[in-house]
Write a protein that binds this ligand. Structure first.
Ligand code: AVI
Length: 322
């Protein structure tokens, strides 16, 4: 019997279930969220510094160049809800520009991560109230009832979701997410969302298959995680990382491709892959202005401003509730 209060055990059971379900399908998949164990998170940090991975530095520059306009959208005494526990420097750029922010609410499923990033923000902004919320922001959840309401000593509520993580959600999930943010911020609310833009395929593929091989290590780490946490015997060296452009879904896909026929067991179940068969581990959707507008409108928002860089690599949407 699973102890329902043992979050580590619950997490491990959810991982086991997802892995077995994904690898039992005809087109094998693994959910991207499991890429981020401690090692995966470290590797992702490294990816953000790779010369080919333009999103992080481009978005940081957009936020820096437009910090005053973004602060104007949030307005005075804003309550800032950040989906994901603090995107480091990007969060700091926005918070530093705001006029007397009332409260910062980082929301993340990882309590440990949340604690560390809340502490960092408290140190950097000693006068700012910080109220972390532990929740999975990809699913419906309620905000604590005691958050200040707009009008009573607080300005409007604004959602902040940088990093183009919205691109890792499918269309239905992205729409549901934006609707959820709309419910959280209310009728006068705003949101600032980072999105990666469509561009030439060579630039996209290079960003997800860097020359040094950090993205490859990040992708392959999910197999090592399965071996480590589920006592499996996947021959990791028999797989290679591949980044593919899927024009139909407008997404870069990450795959793990079997170099040879592969056989392994997880939890007493046997799995086989033919040579060339793949495990699809992540989608990273790329948008253009029309598809971003359509997404925003379908979720009850309107794009008030679209901040972008000179080369139109990346966009930051300033949204208002319609
Ligand atoms: C977290 N997310 C926005 C990254 C992306 O670009 O889709 C994850 C990533 N996967 C490979 N490289 C980066």
């Amino acid at each position: 019997m699973l102890d329902r209060t043992d979050t580590k055990a619950l997490q491990r059971e959810a991982f086991r279930r997802d892995v077995i379900a994904g690898l039992s399908k005809v087109g094998k998949t693994l959910p991207a969220r499991w890429l981020y164990d401690d090692r995966g998170s470290e590797l992702f940090e490294e990816i953000t510094r790779a010369p080919e991975y333009y999103p992080t530095r481009t978005e940081t520059a957009i936020l820096t160049d437009n910090a005053q306009a973004i602060a104007g959208l949030f307005g005075e005494r804003a309550v800032v809800l950040e989906y994901g526990a603090g995107a480091g420097i990007k969060t700091e750029i926005v918070l530093a520009a705001l006029a007397r922010p009332r409260l910062y609410v980082p929301i993340d499923i990882s309590g440990d991560f949340l604690k560390t990033s809340a502490e960092r923000i408290r140190t950097r902004f000693p006068g700012l109230a910080v109220e972390p919320v532990t929740a999975d922001f990809t699913e419906d959840f309620e905000l604590p009832g005691d958050l200040p309401k707009p009008g009573r000593g607080a300005g409007r509520r604004g959602g902040f979701f940088p990093g183009s993580t919205i691109g890792n959600l499918d269309r239905g999930e992205a729409t549901a997410f934006l609707k959820r943010v709309g419910r959280h911020v209310g009728p006068d609310g705003v949101a600032v969302i980072g999105c990666d833009l469509k561009k030439d395929i060579a630039t996209l593929v290079a960003a997800y298959d860097d020359a040094v091989g950090v993205t490859a290590a990040f992708n392959l780490n999910i197999l090592r995680r399965i071996n480590r946490e589920l006592s499996a015997d996947i021959p990791v060296d028999d797989f290679v990382h591949e980044a593919r452009w899927n024009a139909e879904s407008s997404a870069i896909e990450m795959h793990l491709v079997a170099k040879a026929p592969v056989q392994f067991a997880i939890d007493g179940r046997e799995f086989r892959l033919d040579r060339g068969e793949t495990i699809h581990t992540e989608n990273s959707r790329k948008y253009d202005v029309d598809s971003l507008s359509a997404l925003a409108e379908a979720a009850g928002w309107r794009i008030e401003t679209l901040w972008t860089d000179e080369r139109k690599l990346f966009a930051v949407m300033g949204l208002v509730v319609r």
